[in-house]
Write a protein that binds this ligand. Structure first.
Ligand code: ATP
Ligand code: MG
Length: 251
């Protein structure tokens, strides 16, 4: 079953067609990758799904519900979490606190009270702590929980980011270039973590430039070029697609 369905999605910035008539579906519990040269419209597509930008036209249906015109926090509430192209750790906070921030948004006392630092119940705080710690353990960085997040390696910071996104208990995770800035060992590790997340039953849509990672972990791949979908299929089909090869060699 498709968890996410895009149908003829368009996004224009002035005269620029950043996303032009893009349609595809993401199967439940799969890893799907969106690839394409710089400026192809990949991040814009994520912004449309997450609600940070409105689509010009077309429909985006998640779990049977139309996402158009919903606010980012409503879309997050429906079960879509994301990480960003550049790592965003909160300064002066430990790895654990960075994850707990993600969880607070979801808690009953909620976002407003975390903004105003209203007291939560002791039990609520304890549950958030236990869940955040469990996520850091799951992503294999539990031993760094009390270290300042910005002092960790980029690979470990990526894992903290993944934990923070998982704290929202998403069914769909959008990852924008999870291997950006990582060395080949860290990239392989992050790939393994993404597979572990999928194995929990979470659907993953990822944008990535690292082709070895994409080919390794994706069930399916969509290729964008200048806002348009030029190919879609299994990794082996994409690797041998002449139009895809042309777009990449022409870069
Ligand atoms: N908020 C915006 N306002 C105006 N133009 C934008 C905006 N966001 C993106 N664009 C333009 O839309 C096009 C697609 O950009 P986008 O960031 O989606 O590409 P991308 O595929 O994520 O590229 P990269 O691989 O470099 O991250 C680019 O031409 C970009 O300049
Ligand atoms: Mg981008």
């Amino acid at each position: 079953m498709a968890l996410l369905e895009l149908d003829s999605v368009h996004k224009r910035f002035g005269g620029l067609k950043a996303v032009n008539d893009v349609s595809f579906a993401v199967e439940e519990k799969s890893i799907k990758a969106v690839i394409g040269p710089n400026g192809a419209g990949k991040t814009t597509l994520f912004n449309l799904i997450a609600g940070s930008l409105p689509s010009t036209s077309g429909s985006i249906v998640f779990n049977g519900q139309e996402l158009n015109r919903r606010k980012p926090y409503q879309i997050a509430g429906l079960g879509i979490a994301r990480t960003f192209q550049n790592i965003k750790m909160f300064n002066g906070m430990t790895a654990l606190e960075n994850v707990m921030v993600g969880r607070h948004v979801q808690s009953r006392a909620g976002f407003i009270s975390s903004m105003f630092r209203l007291p939560r119940t002791w039990q609520e705080e304890k549950d958030i702590y236990t869940k955040a710690m469990g996520l850091l353990d799951f992503l294999e960085i539990g031993e760094y929980a009390n270290m300042e997040a910005t002092s960790l390696s980029f690979g470990q910071q990526r894992a903290v980011e993944l934990a923070r996104a998982l704290a929202l208990e998403p069914t769909l995770l959008l990852l924008d270039e999870p291997a950006a800035g990582l060395n080949i060992y860290e990239t392989a590790e992050v790939g393994r973590l993404i597979t572990k997340i999928r194995d929990l039953g979470i659907t993953v849509l990822l944008v990535e430039h690292d082709m070895s990672l994409v080919m390794d972990i994706s069930d399916e791949i969509v290729v964008l070029s200048f806002g348009e979908k030029i190919a879609e299929g299994l990794p082996v089909d994409i690797q041998n697609n002449s139009e895809v090869i042309k777009v990449y060699l022409g870069e």
